[in-house]
Design a protein around this ligand. Structure first.
Ligand code: 13P
Length: 349
């Protein structure tokens, strides 16, 4: 099947009441790990690349690796998504290349660091929506600002500085027409999210639930959703790493989110931890080894295990065969004739 529009994939997830993991990739082994996990669990997938990933791997390498995944696993719906686009031009370049979905992160200015005004965010996101929808491509926007920094992108901080205001979320969704909405509820990118198991004072699930009540038909996106499991931290530290004690987002909180409108769950750090732990173990235990395959194979297997576990926990497992991808040309027609408009967007009071 062709690459799937993320909108179709998320609409199906909403029908089935499950979430879909969006896993970041930079190289071949990570794509292989995701696809092996998707096959094992029979899951639809979102493969996403940040600007940093696109520049690290080079656009065309990464694009063709994902196309290879599509060719080798025709039974698995795959959406190819630009993570945290910082400008219209970045999103356009992904769309021109063939991505079926883009995130326009207008919560920050183009420098990817400074919080933008609401008006700036609406203007740039709407511009991307108009361009993308004409081509059948899905758009994720962001309202509120996440914490932390990922691949040089992010405002830093704890994630509590700019928690999403539900009224603004409604206004933003109405004014931009985004297909999916990333919200800030206290999570942040990277390994250091919380200094203890998070409770409602730092992880604002109440805000997420309030937004879902107002926007019941908008696909919500949870960024910074790695759980940073202790066992993965322990492997790294056992084999010479120096991670400080830290907590991520507990899977049960993500599952609560999924019951309240979260359809896309972004995970990168857990996979990085799994791969790094596996590589450290090989190099520590067998320092005489120097063939990259000796450590990349266990690294790929470690990531596959984490991804398969998340696919099961998010509920996407078992759903790969529920539908066939509609081409983005057909999706574009749906945006044009209004059939893909979400009605009603806002819940009646
Ligand atoms: P983590 O750092 O928690 O994996 O978040 C990744 C993410 O949100 C990518 O956009």
């Amino acid at each position: 099947m062709p690459l799937v529009s993320m909108r179709q994939l998320l609409d199906e997830a909403a029908k089935g009441g499950y979430g879909v993991g969006a896993f970041n990739v930079n190289d071949m082994e990570q794509i292989q790990a995701i696809m092996a996990a998707a096959k094992d669990t029979n899951s639809p997938v979102i493969i996403q690349a940040s600007r940093g990933a696109r520049s690290f791997a080079q656009d065309r390498f990464l694009f063709h690796l994902i196309l290879a995944a599509n060719e080798l696993y025709p039974e698995i719906p795959i959406a190819m998504h630009q993570d945290h686009g910082n400008s219209f031009e970045t999103c356009k370049s992904a769309i021109d290349l063939g991505y079926t979905s883009v995130m326009m992160d207008g919560s920050l200015k183009e420098d990817g660091k400074t919080p933008a005004s609401f008006e700036e965010n609406v203007a740039v996101t709407k511009r991307v929506v108009d361009f993308a929808h004409e081509r059948g491509v899905t758009v994720e926007g962001e309202i509120g600002v996440l914490g932390g920094v990922e691949d040089g992108h992010g405002a830093g901080g704890t994630g509590l500085e700019h928690v999403t205001d539900p009224d603004q979320a409604v206004e933003f969704a109405e004014k931009t027409g985004v297909d999916a909405l990333a919200i800030a509820i206290g999570t942040s990118h990277g390994a250091y999210k919380f200094t203890k198991k998070p409770d409602g004072s730092v992880l604002k699930m109440d805000v997420l639930i309030a937004i879902h009540k107002r926007l019941p038909n908008t696909h919500l996106v949870m960024h910074g959703s790695s759980s940073v499991p202790k066992d993965l931290q322990d492997v790294i530290n056992k084999y010479g790493g120096k991670l400080k004690e830290t907590w991520g987002v507990p899977v049960e909180e993500i599952q609560l989110g999924i019951r309240n409108g979260v359809r896309k769950v972004n995970v990168d750090t857990d996979n990085r931890l799994a791969m790094t732990g596996a590589i450290r173990k090989v190099l520590w235990e067998t320092p005489e080894k120097f063939d990259p395959r000796d450590y990349m194979k266990p690294a790929r297997e470690a990531m596959q295990k984490v991804v398969a576990q998340r696919m099961t926990q998010f509920g996407q497992a078992g759903h790969a065969g529920d539908y066939k991808a509609v081409s983005i040309i057909e999706i574009a027609k749906g945006y044009k004739d209004g059939s893909l408009k979400t009605k009603p967007l806002v819940a009646a009071k």
